[in-house]
Design a protein around this ligand. Structure first.
Ligand SMILES: NC(=O)c1ccc[n+]([C@@H]2O[C@H](COP(=O)([O-])OP(=O)(O)OC[C@H]3O[C@@H](n4cnc5c(N)ncnc54)[C@H](O)[C@@H]3O)[C@@H](O)[C@H]2O)c1
Length: 277
């Protein structure tokens, strides 16, 4: 039987393979035979990957990198894993890396991808409320130009109540779900995302700092523990493989049962409100 999980002969582009889930995904895809190119501000600690230093806040750097990557041939799989946590970084940067840059990289790659190729992004369980909030997401969804989107974000960031991490993650889910309905019929390229729960990566200490260790420890996890970067990476690798050929426009909650508990009422929403700092 053909191995549908194989990445043999495939050219794979990963943003954020400098550490965490992106690094884990790069190692997994490599072990499955893929040729990996990574875009990050941080060099990945992995042998035999091509590293392009790219800041995802910078549209022209993204475009130049994709031009460089496709000199070697089309891209078979794109993984968007780069991200910034919330409060410790400027609101505009969080939005630019987690959504505006993610979308710009994706849309810049699409013309260089063939039918049968696939895109998988990392969103977050923090975006679980995206459907209820969709009217607030739609204005940014409607702005495809990077500079205009950046101007919209800069304006939005003036609002002291604007929380960029959650908003950016709701945007990446909504974008994925809606893009699956247009991209795939036009090109044969699939697009999906995952929404991890708490995962032990270099980003975790930032979440602890933003809330507290107690809050992160008691954050509802029906599975009983944080996930590892590898557990997220395997789901990403599956989504961009032919084994997932009928999965499209989907958000997979890789959160150990958190979203299910929230929707069915077995997890109390008040448990999600971090302590005042
Ligand atoms: N760790 C968690 O608990 C958790 C939970 C849900 C979702 N996520 C999401 O998972 C994704 C991966 O994060 P992680 O947990 O592996 O953390 P991480 O910090 O290990 O990885 C993030 C990567 O993004 C890169 N990056 C940051 N800013 C960049 C920029 N301007 N340009 C290019 N690259 C940049 C970093 O250098 C790093 O390699 C992120 O999108 C994050 O929001 C994390």
């Amino acid at each position: 039987m053909k191995n549908l999980f194989s990445y043999e002969g495939k050219r794979v582009l990963i943003s954020g393979a400098g550490s965490g889930m992106g690094e884990a995904t790069a190692r997994i895809v490599q072990s499955l035979g893929g040729e990996v190119v990574t875009l990050d501000i941080k060099k990945p600690p992995i042998d035999d990957v091509t590293f392009l230093e790219v800041d995802l806040r910078d549209a022209s750097a993204i475009e130049a990198a994709v031009t460089e990557v496709v000199k070697g041939g089309p891209i078979d799989a794109l993984f968007n894993s780069a991200g910034l946590p919330g409060h410790s970084f400027p609101k505009v940067d969080v939005m630019l890396v987690n959504f505006v840059g993610l979308r710009h990289l994706t849309e810049t790659c699409i013309p260089h991808m063939k039918s049968g190729s696939a895109i998988a992004s990392v969103s977050s369980a923090a975006g679980v409320g995206f459907l209820a909030m969709q009217e607030s997401l739609k204005p940014l969804m409607a702005i495809s130009d990077h500079a205009e989107a950046k101007a919209w974000v800069e304006e939005k960031a003036q609002d002291p109540d604007f929380e960029p991490y959650t908003f950016s993650k709701m945007c990446s889910i909504f974008y994925t779900l809606s893009r699956g309905t247009t991209l795939t019929p036009e090109t044969g390229i699939r697009i999906n995302c995952i929404s991890p729960g708490p995962t032990d990566t270099p980003m975790m200490p930032h979440f602890v700092e933003q809330t507290s260790q107690d809050f992160m420890d008691s954050f509802p996890k029906p599975i009983g523990r944080n996930s590892t970067a590898e557990e997220q990476g395997w789901v990403l690798a599956f989504l961009n493989s032919p084994a997932a050929s009928y999965v499209n426009g989907e958000n997979v909650f890789t959160d150990g049962g958190f979203a299910g508990g929230l929707w069915t009422g077995s997890i109390d929403v008040s448990a999600l409100i971090p302590p005042a700092k």
